[in-house]
Ligand binder design. Sequence first.
Ligand SMILES: NC(=O)c1ccc[n+]([C@@H]2O[C@H](COP(=O)([O-])OP(=O)(O)OC[C@H]3O[C@@H](n4cnc5c(N)ncnc54)[C@H](OP(=O)(O)O)[C@@H]3O)[C@@H](O)[C@H]2O)c1
Length: 354
Amino acid sequence: MDKLRVALLGATGMVGQRFVKLLENHEMFELSVLAASPSSAGKKYQDAAHWCIEGEVPEKFGEMTVVKADLENVKKEDNVDFVFSALPSDVARIVEAEFAKAGIPVISDASAYRMEEDVPILIPEVNPDHLELVKKQSNRGWRSFIVTNPNCTSNVLILALKPLQENFGIKRVIVSTMQSLSGAGWFGVTSMAILDNILPYIKNEEEKVEREALKIMGEFDGSKIIPAEFKISASCHRVNVLEGHTEAVFVELKSKADPKQVIEAMKNFRGRPQELNLPTAPENPIIVRMEADRPQPRLDRYAGNGMSVVVGRIRSDTVLDNGIKFVLVGHNTIRGAAGNAVLNAELAVREGYL
Ligand SMILES: NC(=O)c1ccc[n+]([C@@H]2O[C@H](COP(=O)([O-])OP(=O)(O)OC[C@H]3O[C@@H](n4cnc5c(N)ncnc54)[C@H](OP(=O)(O)O)[C@@H]3O)[C@@H](O)[C@H]2O)c1
């Protein structure tokens, strides 16, 4: 198969640079346009990018000239088959629609369209069938479509919840997060605010986690998504960790399960990407650690190349009925953003949408 040509909107940011790494030698996609804000446009990528992840800027992209992230400038540069978007939400709202309307599919990390009724929020292992919802977007007069990723915190949480929903049913979820600095983007949190400190509030985060989980874990009836019915409460906090979100999760199950059964269900969990052997799919979407002091972000965030969620300390909870509690770590810019989007695009190709 010829590689599909793709533009990356928001290429210079925290998520953008993860995309650049993941797409450096991708077997299905050729990254041919790097786009960002007007202040980066015209510069070489290596000069414009806020590069701060491991390794150097990949050589083939360093000398590329960044263009302004809009339809006109991207089209001038190359006739791309689709775009990845890692734009701020307010910019994404306008720009992503321009592309979809013009017949260029958008695989997005931004929150702008996530909660629209005709837009799927996709985690390929969890709700691959929701992809079909994009067909509804032709009613907007769009020639193509937008697929979104969940928020990074929801993404890794929902992966861990899915085998519990499938095997035991879920009544209630309570989650307390310890979220990394890269989750706030390049200009996110100043060092004076976060060093020797924890910030007990992340704007809009708890609302996103609570509503996205019910949509993603809901049922697609062929025309709309019927949200899942469990209750969920989140408390979100920013901590002094560079990458990798940690979450303490408490779940009230519908039917009783002991920790051993939960461990088995999580270990055995596989989804459509594993079945299709997609290039970015981790062998195990969930890795269970049995040590008392795991998972930890520094040690576990790169499990499965940053695409696996690492779960540990699985134990019974005596306050909730049929209660189970555990701790998870997931990489926020890989599984929580760029990696999940690349996996979405791979799924869309294999299912005939791209
Ligand atoms: N960080 C995470 O863990 C994470 C996880 C999931 C989802 N997301 C979402 O992904 C998106 C990107 O997040 P991020 O953390 O990468 O943010 P970031 O580091 O602040 O990067 C933002 C990117 O958008 C570009 N941009 C800013 N204003 C623009 C404009 N007016 N026109 C065109 N491009 C513009 C920036 O270009 P310049 O460099 O030229 O300014 C940069 O490339 C956001 O919607 C965020 O909510 C982030």
